[in-house]
Design a binder for this molecule. Sequence first.
Ligand SMILES: *[C@@H]1O[C@H](CO)[C@@H](O)[C@H](O)[C@H]1NC(C)=O
Ligand SMILES: *[C@@H]1O[C@H](CO)[C@@H](O)[C@H](O)[C@H]1NC(C)=O
Ligand SMILES: *[C@@H]1O[C@H](CO)[C@@H](O)[C@H](O)[C@H]1NC(C)=O
Length: 357
Amino acid sequence: MKHVFLLILLCHVSSAVKHSLKFIFTASSGVPDFPEFVAAGVVDDILSGYCDSNKKIVEPKQDWVNRLFEDDPQHFELYTTECSEKPLFFKARINNLKQRFNQSGGVHVLQRMSGCEWDDETGEVNGFNQLGYDGEDFISLDLKTLTWIALKPQAVPIKLMWDTDKARIKVKEIDLTKIFPELLKKYVAYGNSSLQRKDIPSVSLLQKTPSSPVSCHATGFYPDRATLIWRKDGEEIHEDVDHGEILLNHDGSFQMSVDLNLSSVTPEDWRRYDCVFQLSGVKNDIVIRLDKAEIRTNWVSPSEFPAGAVIGVVVGLLLLALCITGLFIWRRNKNGFRPANTSDSSASLSDRNSAPD
Ligand SMILES: *[C@@H]1O[C@H](CO)[C@@H](O)[C@H](O)[C@H]1NC(C)=O
Ligand SMILES: *[C@@H]1O[C@H](CO)[C@@H](O)[C@H](O)[C@H]1NC(C)=O
Ligand SMILES: *[C@@H]1O[C@H](CO)[C@@H](O)[C@H](O)[C@H]1NC(C)=O
């Protein structure tokens, strides 16, 4: 259950052009075996600290958070205080909302997400503070007008009440525009070896059948500030090109692919195409020439099988051969791609195309 909740919170991939800090509080009622209150500190979409109403001590989830707490015990104290006070506060809030909605029982979830984004190139900072109830946006703070925005009719009375509390709005404004950005900069500096790292992906060409588009696939890069394009004679092309989304891998790195439809390209012209991967802040691009020998596929041409009764025998022999090279079969498992050329190394195929979190 805990995992389900956290996945819902973390699964959307932001365009990490910016660094971000999010404090996500989740209060629930009527969910058995799940803490009534869960708090998550998330830096650059990676869970960094956690606490809940059962264990009120903040748990560091990244090495750099451990180092930070060792160097600055007050920081640890600050979060621990929050973790012991917030559950009661949110319990009162959710009870209040249940009354407003005339809900006596059932499962209810109140979430607050506050934090900021910081662009380390332009220095621009954006703060946000929003609440959701039962999975829908409920109310949020507008930093331009310093008033609350009701996102549901039931939130209007709350908006009117909260708007009169100027002192509280002022505290929130300082948090969102000054305190949180300072924290985020501190965290990015502490976590620099993991958050500011640059991981170069492995890039390969994949094709399902000889008439399918050729997919240029890059996986294992970090951060997600990257481009993947097809070029013809060194110029980027857009026609017959289909860009996939950037997806998150299980290990926190990213993958993406870009397909090129080659149905109108003659074999002689193939060598004029290449696929280029570029990671922001990294000088050397990765360039893969379009070359039949480089393409990995699981396609077996039907003409390779002789017709008639022989087929049974051949298939039998083929199966035997495949069993002997059993390792090879294993490698096909998840994604169905294997090297077109059996002498190729297929070692890294198993971690390609891993399903996004
Ligand atoms: C809740 O119940 C009261 C009294 O029964 C009613 O006046 C009010 O409109 C109800 N509110 C909602 C949101 O249904
Ligand atoms: C992280 O910061 C430390 C100290 O400021 C520095 O020595 C180190 O090179 C930095 N690492 C990266 C990956 O930026
Ligand atoms: C590739 O392009 C051809 C014509 O240019 C079109 O008929 C075909 O449907 C396209 N294939 C895909 C997979 O988009």
